[in-house]
Write a protein that binds this ligand. Sequence first.
Ligand code: NOJ
Length: 531
Amino acid sequence: MRRSSDLSPEIAEESAWWQHAVFYQVYVRSFADSNGDGVGDLDGIRSRLGYLELLGVDALWLTPFYRSPMADHGYDVSDPRDVDPLFGDLAAFDRLVADAHEHNIRVTVDLVPNHSSNQHVWFQQALASPPGSPERARYIFREGRGYDGSQPPNNWTSVFGGPAWTQVGDGQWYLHLFAPQQPDLNWENPEVRADLEHTLKFWLDRGVDGFRIDVAHGMAKPEGLPDMELRGVHAPGVLSDDAEDPRFDNDGVHEIHRMIRKVMDQYPGTMAVGEIWVKDDERFAAYVRPDELHLGFNFRLVEAGFDADGVRSAIEHSMAAVASTGTPATWTLSNHDVVRHVTRYGDGAIGVQRARAMALVELALPGVIYLYNGEELGLPNVELPDWALQDPTWERSGRTERGRDGCRVPIPWEGGVPPFGFSTTANTWLPVPNEWDGLTAEAQLEDPGSMLSLYREALEHRKSNPGFGGDELEWYGAPPGCFAFRRKGGGLICALNTSGASVPLPPGRVLLSSGPMDGDQLPPDTAVWLV
Ligand code: NOJ
């Protein structure tokens, strides 16, 4: 049974805590390294819990730390019920959960049900067994096309570039929507379902508070595996949200989420959020029906530029998508798969100024927030040299797409020399830029004008100010390039100016602004909270 929680009694009691939580995504490789091997680990995270408490987050999402050959940095799992020695062991995991709970921080972990590693014992058995065997039936093996079967079974491409099929020695092909080291599991096989149930219970029994489900719109494949239309519009490594794409969002996936929910319901107070790249509001809503996932990531804010109309439409769509479901919207500006938003908004001083403004927009919204480690420090994406690149996208694309390493650079904690307290070795898994000395947590902690101070202050208000009450927004009329909304229940007003000139403020007292005001006007690239 689930271990008793170390959370304080008032916090532990709240079973729907996730409906208004601020989650903090820890990219485990890059957060904090406790043993000097240049890679972040579980004890490293534990050593920084004080910082996370000070920041004011409610829960962590840990990216995969399971046994893995690391072909996709942990999203290729060879044993989902053990910790990779690179990150620690099960005892380190238990220590982390217990200590996080003592800091009143909940812990959620990543689940990777769409695929396993090619080093998973099941895939090794599949390779050693003949076509048509039960061992092969745990994955998606097919004969090839063409008179000699030398062509892949269909034209699907891998999200990381190149074909989604790899041929094995006896001529059959196996499907991998990601790297060849990540064979897709066959979700029509009851053994695959039973194994996920086992994994869910394994971590729930160890005290986790929930899951983030990788590629939650994947897993189910369409009957007959029909060809896809080759449009190739997606950024490397970023999933497809195209309704016509047969690789994703097939109806069969909902039964899998119902199975997951049945397990979770046996553990009150736990939750699951799905990575759902589905643009159509109605189809998105289906994932968060009462007997499916508790929450769904939507990526509309990630996809919007720094433009008031685009951001407003992202907010409206996100809220409309969940309006009929009774689940809150989730908000994300960055994660480990996309270019950091400081850089998306223009990099340099302007990128930082806009990122500050968008932090206030995001943190004013009703629902659930997902922060990505380092955004509270205003980290930009890093242009890494070719030799440093590790994302499989780089090689799979024939070295034309640089991949996602630039948003995964280790966190700068303190001091004036790389890697700034992340590790005791300078030889970190990705190099940390010299220029980050001014961005360390230490440098920002006591500086009231820093990004970190802005996040801390904003999170504090979000938690304690009654202005943040209620689930609905009302929009004010605003000059072109600007918007203002009001939290209907609580009364907080948030205004954003993405135009080139200062504009008058809506009425109210300024609670917090992302930059200096222009007298009683809101300057460009700035957001403000009013009560
Ligand atoms: C989505 C994850 O966020 C990404 O990092 C990973 O590469 C793919 N799923 C494959 O697991």
